[in-house]
Design a binder for this molecule. Structure first.
Ligand code: SAM
Length: 194
């Protein structure tokens, strides 16, 4: 999806995704994170910041769309006691030193990328993480049929759902958690650097 479309979507994004329960799944993905610093790639309006900052976790959101970054930034101040920051950058090239974050998370962004770009992002996620990566993304599960058409329509998947092999290739030991969500398209994944 081109950047200008995210600009149009930005004002209605959060209320729209709330209708399908998206925020509930996002919150569940990080519910046990109670300290340290989290990097949220393709953060959009930064819904994840709210719970994390309230629990005293520091939060860095990263998005390349200026309208999303502006919305995320406006919300950041109100939510302490954790410290929040939003950075405008591309997920394929993260402006952070190695091992800067306790948890690196991506929700609803990896599927938008072509497979070669996604490979870069996964390697970048591993590079800047001290140990953990978490995803809420369209995942090709071993225990469920591929959802290629649904993934394209619902998750705007550009090439194909993320294969667990891609995570292994990036240097992660990954585990799918819970059932497939949103008519079988999205899954939660928790992964550790090898
Ligand atoms: C579907 S929204 C997901 C927002 C949020 N993570 C959520 O789960 O609600 C996708 C976001 O990824 C951002 N995005 C897409 N491609 C990107 C890229 N290459 N670099 C940085 N951000 C990107 C868009 O601007 C948009 O805010």
């Amino acid at each position: 999806m081109a950047d200008r479309r995210w600009t149009l979507v930005a004002p209605v994004y959060d209320p729209a995704v709330a209708l399908v329960g998206w925020h509930r799944w996002q919150d569940a993905l990080l519910v046990d994170v109670t300290h340290g610093i989290v990097l949220d790639l393709g953060c959009g309006p930064a819904h994840l910041a709210k719970g994390l900052l309230a629990r005293g976790v520091d939060y860095v959101g990263l998005d390349r769309n200026p309208a999303m970054v502006a919305r995320a930034g406006r919300a950041m101040d109100a939510w302490g006691p954790g410290h929040g920051l939003v950075v405008r950058a591309d997920v394929t090239s993260l402006p952070f030193p190695a091992a800067s974050f306790d948890v690196v998370v991506a929700t609803g962004v990896l599927g938008l990328l072509a497979v070669p770009a996604r490979r870069l992002v996964l390697h970048e996620m591993v590079r800047v993480s001290r140990g953990e990566v978490r995803l809420l993304e369209p995942i090709g599960r071993l225990d469920a049929p591929a959802r290629a058409v649904r993934s394209r329509v619902i998750a705007l998947v550009r090439d194909r759902p993320v294969a667990l092999d891609e995570l292994v290739e990036a240097g992660l030991d990954a585990e799918v958690r819970g059932p497939a969500l949103l008519v079988g398209v999205y899954s939660m994944v928790r992964a550790m650097k090898r």
